[in-house]
Write a protein that binds this ligand. Structure first.
Ligand code: DGY
Length: 342
């Protein structure tokens, strides 16, 4: 399907005479979004690139009078950006993950930071489960075999994989998306476990057993990462963690690339101490290291977890609403640093 705006969107790049309210602030988006959020901003002036994304230099040069910023997860919203934006009041990060935003620096400057939870939960869990299925049933290898003309016909031993139905699923981080993943596992008759900093009433209600990371790694047939990236989760899955996993197990990551040690993962896949991996996110993306590209049993995707029309439209609408609220002096429901409001 062709990339671009959602078909029901109307384009708008004006500064205003058709707006019902006078233009009072400037809002910059670092990328063109799937819907035109200009009309949703309550009369504020809206700037976005004609296509694609602004470069970092373009972003920095345009921030002088910007009061609202919509940022992609690929943009480091750090002190340099905030220093270049002395009038900035709100950063609406177009993602639920916000490891790209220096939350402390924003809070110190009194800038509200928001994200886009909920609207992408089911889309991301769908994609994580799709990766799980693809890895267990060796779909990537099968597709490559057909496309490269290497398929010689049905064989009793061709690309035998791991079952999914009735297996043990371990979810690391039982927040919204982790719970949605557990629900999918429930539908596939899987035994459910989860780990994280605290118990989740919702995950417990799904019949998932709360356990520590070590147990989860040792008993699960499929392990799926759904934790945020922060100091305590960077390289959470390292060589030692991988060594605890069954050789028949698979690892799925739709969270952030930095949550696992990719070199250790590639080694485990190469040496056959892990059956497969499904990766939607990479440290330093969009660059994917050669040692991962060389892993036949890894299914690799270009960060598509939330990539449905509905989810991406919802994310844009939340960003616009948050900016509009903050600039009107109201509280945005998705505020990440409410201490700024005090
Ligand atoms: C997020 O929201 O954090 C995803 O990675 C992209 O939607």
């Amino acid at each position: 399907m062709k990339a671009g705006r959602l078909i029901w969107s109307t384009r708008y790049h004006g500064t205003g005479s058709c707006y019902p309210h006078p233009v009072t602030a400037t809002v910059l988006s670092t990328a063109q979004l799937p819907i035109d959020v200009g009309p949703l901003l309550g009369g504020h002036r809206y700037i976005e690139p004609e296509t694609g994304e602004f470069s970092r230099e373009e972003i920095l040069s345009r921030l002088g009078d910007v009061q609202g910023l919509i940022s992609l997860l690929s943009v480091a919203v750090d002190e340099e950006v905030m220093d270049a934006a002395p009038n900035l009041k709100v950063i609406a990060n177009y993602a639920v993950g916000h490891d790209n935003v220096d939350l402390g620096a924003a809070t110190a400057r009194g800038i509200v930071v928001t994200n886009t939870p909920d609207v992408l939960t089911e889309a991301t869990a769908d994609f994580a489960f799709a990766l799980l299925m693809a890895v267990c049933r060796r779909l990537g290898e099968g597709e490559r075999l057909v496309r490269t003309g290497g398929w010689r016909g049905w064989s009793p031993t061709l690309l035998l994989g791991q079952p999914v139905f009735g297996q043990a699923l371990g979810v690391i981080g039982a927040g919204r998306i982790g719970q949605a993943m557990l629900r999918r596992g429930q539908g596939f008759g899987m035994t459910l476990r989860y780990c994280g900093p605290r118990r989740s009433v919702a995950a417990d209600a799904l019949g998932a057993q709360f356990c520590d990371l070590e147990e989860l790694l040792e008993v699960s047939d499929a392990v799926s990462l759904h934790c945020p990236l922060n100091a305590s989760t960077r390289h959470l899955i390292d060589a030692a963690a991988l060594a605890r996993m069954k050789p028949s197990a698979v690892l799925i990551n739709t969270a952030r690339g930095g949550c696992l040690d990719a070199e250790a993962l590639a080694k485990a896949l190469r040496e056959g101490t892990l059956a497969g991996a499904g990766l939607d996110v990479f440290d330093g993306e969009p660059t994917v290291p050669d040692f991962l590209l060389a892993c036949e049993t890894a299914v690799l995707a270009p960060h598509l977890g939330s990539a449905t029309y509905i989810a991406r439209e919802g994310m844009a609408t939340i960003c616009a609403g948050a900016i509009r609220s903050v600039l009107a002096g109201d509280v945005a429901p998705t505020t990440l640093n409410p201490e700024v409001l005090r």
